[in-house]
Design a protein around this ligand. Structure first.
Ligand code: BTN
Length: 261
């Protein structure tokens, strides 16, 4: 790819992408507070399914559980608008993290794994975070937005707040990675899995097999509440089943999980 095709723009992402709808419309902003807010506004205005909002950098990037998400230039900050059936909503988190694993492997050759529920890791360090937000009214999904933040050409050491837990694709491959190439691949992979889901397929089995978490001693924390136990299994909706030391089995739906073994 020449320099023109390699710099982020709506055209460099969507031209000849080969998808049916994901990424066929791209709204690109060099700088945004958060792609999530723009995506939700566009969805409320009836944007076409698959519309992607991409920022060169975010000044107010949001992570799961109300955390700040660092989004400097050189990383991917992307939100995709979908209108799934209600029954498919719980699968979107699995689908998105699995698509990231596929896209990372296709572009960089690196093997990625998933830390429950949807952190994507390389060599045990986080390279990609996913945030799914939706609006359901009267049993119908008004919209869902998949937000993806990927550390691509980031030097984790430059960011002390994440340097011990995060890495980037460029650190994994030892050289710069094409942002455009990575975004195009992940749009293709998301569409493939989403079409498969709509056709009655399931991402559950492969997502479960990609988890680093199962069989491990973990701490699951949500706000001020923490549970320790063995991550025994995950259910079809993505919930984590945790075996506690007293033998009880609890289901965790939303939490931060850290490995404790
Ligand atoms: C996490 O906490 O791991 C999820 C991080 C999700 C970050 C992405 S970057 C694009 C989109 N815009 C945001 O403000 N957040 C998501």
């Amino acid at each position: 790819m020449g320099t023109e095709e390699n710099s982020l723009s709506s055209a460099s992402i969507s031209n000849d992408l080969g998808t049916r709808f994901i990424g066929q419309r791209v709204i690109y902003h060099p700088r945004l507070a958060s792609t999530m807010e723009v995506a939700k506004r566009e969805a409320r205005l009836g944007a076409a399914e698959g519309t992607a909002i991409i920022a060169g950098e975010q000044t107010g990037g949001r992570g799961r559980m109300g955390r700040v998400w660092l989004s400097p230039q050189g990383n991917i900050s992307l939100s995709i608008i979908l209108y799934p059936d209600l029954a498919h909503l719980p699968s979107l988190i699995m689908l998105a993290s699995l698509a990231m694993v596929h896209a990372i492997e296709a572009v960089s050759g690196l093997k990625a794994q998933i830390s429950w529920p949807n952190d994507v890791l390389i060599g045990g360090k986080k390279v990609c975070g996913i945030l799914v937000e939706s609006n359901v009214q009267g049993g119908v999904v008004a919209y869902a937005v998949i937000g993806i933040g990927m550390n691509v050409n980031l030097r984790a050491a430059d960011f002390p707040e994440i340097s011990s837990t995060a890495t980037s694709l460029s650190e994994g491959v030892g050289g710069e990675v094409s942002l455009v190439g990575m975004i195009r691949q992940l749009l293709v992979d998301i569409e493939r899995l989403y079409l498969d889901l709509q056709a009655g397929g399931s991402v559950y089995q492969e997502w479960r097999d990609s988890l680093v978490t199962l069989g491990r001693k973990v701490m699951a924390s949500s706000g001020s509440i923490s549970y320790e136990g063995i991550a025994e299994s995950v259910d079809k909706d993505g919930g984590l089943l945790l075996r506690r030391s007293d033998g009880s089995l609890i289901k965790v739906i939303a939490a931060d999980v850290t490995l404790h073994d």
